[in-house]
Ligand binder design. Structure first.
Ligand SMILES: [Zn+2]
Length: 268
């Protein structure tokens, strides 16, 4: 299993901390958690460069966008969905570029959205001329509990309190006997604890709505359950302070602590 942090920033993106998006690759399949802008460009640049006979960029990951089996959107804030229409469009347009890049006929993408935005999102796709796509896109509501199962992974969702007037979720992915928790945005730092009741190989926890100190202090209650922590979706005041936050994390916690940076790759 490989985890790619495509975007590690929060509401105000900067180069190096673009909006949040995390890709989990299990064998030839991939699963995307949130689609902050510009996730399509990050994933697809090297495929396009290679296709046109140009050198790929070694600072960017190489991802086959057609390996994405499902997309899970934690909530509908712009910093989590800004890149979603462009990803759907790139998948649509690239279908024309030769057989090697086409979806297999049996392929389809499942897109899980909070139920309260399903109708709005369909209207948005119409407005963006993306209502008819050259691949099968199934749009489904996020429901609590086990949400998605295929031969490789199981994904479950739990609602959190980040949005007071809308729906927001955290996700757990299980594959190859490993567990990955993706917090999305949380209502407070203690909500991260509920996600860590069982052992996790990788916890990707946001840190835009509370300080790292508060997060690390609360996580001390569950540190025996955490193998590796990625502090992601960091507040803009933490940009450039990644090493300092990692040092602080190691003072509080007995597990590996990494601050998310764009294009960080983790093998589990
Ligand atoms: Zn956010």
């Amino acid at each position: 299993m490989r985890v790619l942090i495509l975007g590690s920033g929060s509401g105000i993106p900067v180069m190096g901390h673009l909006n949040e998006s995390v890709l989990v690759e299990v064998d030839e399949n991939s699963y995307l958690f949130d689609a902050g802008e510009p996730c399509a460009a990050t994933m697809h640049t090297n495929t396009l460069l290679t296709f046109y006979g140009l050198e790929p960029q070694d600072t960017l990951p190489t991802v086959d966008i057609y390996s994405i089996k499902s997309i899970f959107i934690s909530h509908f804030d712009a910093d989590h969905v800004g890149g979603l229409p462009m990803l759907l469009q790139v998948m649509h347009l690239w279908q024309k570029r030769g057989d090697a890049f086409r979806f297999k006929p049996e392929n389809e993408v499942k897109l899980y959205l909070p139920a309260d935005v399903l109708t709005i999102f369909r209207s948005l796709l119409h407005a963006l001329n993306l209502a008819k796509l050259r691949y099968s896109l199934e749009i489904l509501p996020v429901k609590e509990g086990e949400l998605y199962v295929d031969e490789k992974v199981r994904v479950s969702a739990v609602r959190n309190t980040h949005l007071k007037d809308g729906r927001s979720y955290s996700f757990t992915l299980q594959a190859e006997e490993k567990r990955v928790v993706y917090s999305g945005d949380l209502g407070n730092e203690f909500e991260a604890l509920h996600l860590l009741d069982e052992y996790v190989d990788l916890a990707i926890i946001e840190c835009a709505h509370f300080s790292p100190e508060r997060l690390f202090r609360s996580l001390q209650q569950k540190e025996k359950n955490i193998r590796r922590l990625v502090v992601n979706h960091i507040h803009p005041s933490l940009y450039g302070r990644e090493e300092e936050v990692e040092r602080l994390g190691r003072e509080y916690l007995n597990c590996e602590v990494i601050v998310g940076r764009d294009n960080l790759e983790l093998d589990l």
